[in-house]
Design a protein around this ligand. Sequence first.
Ligand SMILES: *[C@@H]1O[C@H](CO)[C@@H](O)[C@H](O)[C@H]1NC(C)=O
Length: 220
Amino acid sequence: MKLSAISLVLWWWAAAASASAPEAVAVVHQLRPAVGWGAQLVREKGEGVITCGSWRVGVEANNVRGWRTIPAACEGYVGHYMLGDRYRQDSIVVAIEAAAHAAALRLAGNGSDVWVFDVDETALSNLPYYARHGFGVEPFNPTLSNAWVNEGAAPALPESLNLYKKLLSLGIKIVFLTGRTENQRDVTARNLKRAGYHTWEKLVLKYCIYLFITPSSSPS
Ligand SMILES: *[C@@H]1O[C@H](CO)[C@@H](O)[C@H](O)[C@H]1NC(C)=O
């Protein structure tokens, strides 16, 4: 699947390139002939030089898979994206489209209309945590990450909170569905309320096997 997806993209690129003048491919714009958007360079093993922007598009298209950390050279690139205006702009686009979709729905209006939100990086933002931990350059650390979650201090992603309020005003009920586990139910509920999500129909967390294994339950 990965190879066919990549070859499809390459085929499309080759077709597009051959259809236009070769020099138009070599230089997209005379005034900015370097590397364009996402100019930080990443050297991947044996693959020459690519930019952080190209790596990101590869990830978003799911052609780059199985990555555990972002390339070290891209910390600044991701940090500027997240802390600057662009992340919020991209969030606004998604929220506008989602609100338009909701407004166009033919609702049953009998209390059975439900909208499902993910929690992390959707309803809540863990940006304060990632800003202290290299924006994904550091390998994921479950201990530090859980300690952050247990503070219950994650802010709302403002565009998601706006969407949430619009959905409620349409009479749609809210379900939160998260990869967090049952042992984080209380802190997650508290965090959601603190961030402005005051009501929901259900908060669905992952089953947590560790809740049921205690030293005293080991077979004798
Ligand atoms: C609400 O309306 C929908 C669509 O008409 C129907 O499928 C559903 O069973 C209704 N639910 C309740 C609780 O009445």
